[in-house]
Design a protein around this ligand. Sequence first.
Ligand code: FMN
Length: 203
Amino acid sequence: MNQSTRILRLDASANPGESGSRKLGDHLLRQIALTNQHIEVLERDLNREAQFIDGHWIAANFIAADSRSEAHNQRLAQSDKLIAELEWADHIVLTTPMYNFAIPATLKAWIDQVCRAGVTFRYGADGPVGLLTGKRVDIVITTGGAALGSPVDFVSSYLRQVFAFIGINEIEITGADGMNQDAEQSFARAVRQIEQRYPAAAA
Ligand SMILES: Cc1cc2nc3c(=O)[nH]c(=O)nc-3n(C[C@H](O)[C@H](O)[C@H](O)COP(=O)(O)O)c2cc1C
């Protein structure tokens, strides 16, 4: 029997009930399910349980794993859990809106929790080396008006950089920019992009 593809789904919209990026994420997952019947999905809403790093977290992270106290381990517990989810996954699906030209703070909190030296990247002779290899990520980005790829888009290239930094270089971005201008057209364009990437006929 084929081994399942393990998908970690991360959603960052602060408005989950009305979220266009989440709806596109739903569609993307439906299309993946049409092309691959063996999937397991783990979902994480980044609005729940978001924890920001602080001085205690940074201190605990700098101490060698075998010298950490119980308090240090507790401070890193969420980071350990989020990293374990990433390690578990073969494929990550991330949906996010643009907020103030960048990513929602909850997504930044997640990024700060999962980028850890010696765990998800290490410093090599030629600079940092990502350790989470062999994975892919599909990113869905919605914006109200800012065009993705334009000089005010601090989302796309930032997310590409972060995932590459931890070793995930197979990165696809689906953009529904301009949702506050012509939501229908923008949404439909993104749906077409998703269906081209995961065509149902390939099932
Ligand atoms: C707090 C906030 C900040 C936003 N900042 C921007 C922005 O800088 N540029 C932009 O084009 N749209 C901006 N938007 C619009 C959202 O990106 C857009 O409505 C998007 O479709 C929301 O995605 P969602 O439906 O998945 O939550 C902002 C929306 C909110 C709520």
